[in-house]
Ligand binder design. Structure first.
Ligand SMILES: *Cc1c(COP(=O)(O)O)cnc(C)c1O
Length: 371
């Protein structure tokens, strides 16, 4: 079947290329690019995006779990893949089989992986908790180094690197800047301590999207590029030195256009009443497609270049908008729900979340197509 012309997400690979080219300009020294492709490329489709990233020369990828990692291998990806999240120890041999690097939270976890692995050694990057307070070793430099050495002594694991994750690298206030600097210093202190003991890890990394721009540092072997790859902002209130181009455009077809009289109510709950005769269009996308119900009576969509207000509640598969401003609009015309003019970040602002959640929330039933 051809792509169903109801609601779909267009993926613009040229924008990916642009975002990567711009971003690379801010990396220092030998910092290499790692593309974070977890959650199906933040909802953009790993099947469409990751092979293209490999074509652009990207050698490192990060996902959240083994299912995502295996999927990349099935797509033919032969770059390095790091699982930033958790894999249960019963999957130790799958990590080996698919040649995946696993984030390691602590010694006890490494021990379980080592005890479970029967077919080789599990490759690890030790997570260092320098202030995110999520995962990783969380002592001082000496005790973290002790723990890493203990992990290294386990039979069926190898520690190839270590990493940390910033909590506020996207924030522009002085306190956040100081906090991020302190996080950097902490992981570098662990690295120093290990070097003093004659242990050299080949891959120490700590930059995320925002870090690579605002806290670029040649000591980070990798910059883990996520949200900016997809053309959105780590923090929309903090400008970037270049304007990233949104990669996903969500579109849907108009199924009906009609006039409604003054006093007519629209959609569930009758939250909207026409205060005059208006022209109303029904758009074939709803919250089951990931178009947030919180946009009920709030957002706008773009039809033929004109912003048309959403009226009444968003339904599961449809919603209505006021198209009185358009002379020529009919069934079969296309509405753009978000993309480069109204961005996922704009939607997030209205609905009280972040652009990340908007794009990750686009449902599986929405076909992704390359444009
Ligand atoms: C998700 C994630 C990233 C990417 O974050 P962005 O803000 O999208 O750049 C980087 N590193 C880790 C550990 C992550 O979990």
């Amino acid at each position: 079947m051809n792509c169903l012309r109801r609601c779909w997400a267009e993926i613009d690979l040229d924008s990916i290329k642009y975002n990567i080219e711009q971003y690379r300009g801010y990396l220092k020294g030998g910092t290499q690019l790692l593309c974070v492709v977890k959650a199906n490329c933040y909802g953009h489709s790993d099947k469409l995006v990751v092979p293209y990233l490999e074509k652009l020369g990207v050698k490192w990828f990060a996902v959240s779990n083994l299912i995502e990692a295996e999927h990349l291998r099935a797509l033919g990806v032969d770059g390095e893949i790091i699982i930033l999240g958790y894999s249960p120890e019963e999957n130790a041999d799958d990590l080996i089989k698919y040649n995946i690097i696993q984030a390691c939270t602590e010694y006890a976890y490494a021990k379980k992986l080592s005890d479970s692995a029967k077919t080789g050694k599990v490759r690890l990057h030790a997570a260092i908790d320098t202030g995110m307070t999520r995962i990783g070793l969380h002592g001082d430099a000496a005790s973290d180094a002790d723990e890493i050495q203990k992990i290294m002594a386990l039979e069926n694991v190898t520690v190839e690197g270590m990493f940390t994750h910033y909590a506020v690298a996207d924030c522009a206030d002085n306190e956040s800047i100081a906090y991020t600097k302190a996080q950097t210093e902490k992981i570098l202190a662990v690295d120093e301590e290990l070097k003093k003991r004659g242990v050299e890890l080949s891959c120490v990394h700590f930059l995320n999207s925002a870090g690579g721009i605002y806290h670029s540092n040649e000591k980070s072997a990798l910059a883990r590029l996520g949200i900016i790859l997809y053309g959105l902002y780590p923090d929309p209130s903090n400008p970037l030195p270049f304007e990233p181009k949104p990669v996903m455009t969500l579109k849907a077809v108009i199924s009906q256009v009609k006039y409604i009289e003054k006093g007519t109510t629209v959609s569930y709950g009758r939250t909207y009443t026409a205060d005059k005769r208006i022209k109303l269009a029904t758009v074939t996308a709803g919250y089951a497609d990931g178009f947030p119900r919180a946009l009920s009576g709030k957002g706008e969509v773009i039809i033929k270049g004109v912003r048309c207000p959403i009226v009444g509640r968003i339904c599961m598969d449809q919603f209505m908008c006021d198209v009185s401003a358009l002379d020529d609009v009919q069934e079969g015309d296309i509405a753009t729900l978000f993309g480069s003019e109204i961005t996922a970040d704009d939607i997030a602002k209205i609905t009280g979340t972040i652009g990340y959640e908007v794009v990750c929330g686009i449902a599986e039933r929405v076909p992704r197509i390359i444009v």
